[in-house]
Design a protein around this ligand. Structure first.
Ligand code: ADP
Length: 184
């Protein structure tokens, strides 16, 4: 079975870590918009230069910077056998864009997996990470933006009944097993 998986969850939920593990298990690409943007910032590409300020403030970068990027990435040959999207869609407009893109390609996501973790755990995880945008003010802002823009995406997929909620507040191996069970 092809695996087209969408990971949703707050910053610090462990999406990136779990997506990486499952991408190796299922041999499908892990597509992280955060990683793509950070690479662009490091290499000072035009995309990176435009995105940097938003990322440093903990805001979403504008949709017009993200939508073409995702479309191009999903059309690359390695994405034919499936993918894990991590960090996209992050607002309802992005989710609708993805839906129409997949419909155009005659595809659909197989699972939307929501990794749920309590706020206190998120903040302590994020503060112990070493990423340049992980200072306290940015973290607070990212959580606000998550609540305002990304939580509605959870409702969006819940209405289409493709969503499964996974408890992300446990040992890494347990979360991985729970995800595999939800995907199987
Ligand atoms: P986290 O999981 O900590 O939120 P990410 O690596 O997913 O971190 O994203 C880091 C930053 O990259 C976000 O704060 C945002 O500025 C930007 N970003 C990533 N994905 C998107 C997206 N789909 N739309 C808009 N901005 C994005």
């Amino acid at each position: 079975m092809t695996k087209r998986l969408i990971f949703l969850g707050p910053p610090g939920a462990g999406k990136g870590t779990q997506a990486q593990i499952l991408s190796e298990t299922y041999k499908i690409p892990h597509i992280s918009t955060g990683d793509i943007l950070r690479t662009a910032v490091t290499y000072k590409t035009p995309l990176g230069d435009k995105a940097k300020g938003y990322m440093d403030r903990g805001e979403l970068v504008p949709d017009d910077l993200i939508l073409d990027l995702i479309k191009d990435r999903l059309l690359q040959s390695d994405a034919a056998k499936g993918w894990i999207l991590d960090g996209f869609p992050r607002n309802v407009a992005q989710a609708k864009f993805l839906n129409s893109l997949l419909a155009e390609l005659d595809l659909a996501a197989d699972r939307v997996l929501y990794l749920a973790v309590p706020d206190e755990v998120l903040i302590s995880r994020l503060l112990s990470r070493q990423r340049r945008d992980d200072n306290e003010a940015t973290i607070r802002r990212r959580l606000e933006v998550y609540r305002r823009d990304t939580m509605p995406v959870i409702d969006f997929y819940q209405e289409q009944s493709t969503l499964k909620t996974i408890d992300g507040d446990g040992a890494m191996e347990n979360v991985t097993s729970a995800l595999k069970e939800a995907i199987a």
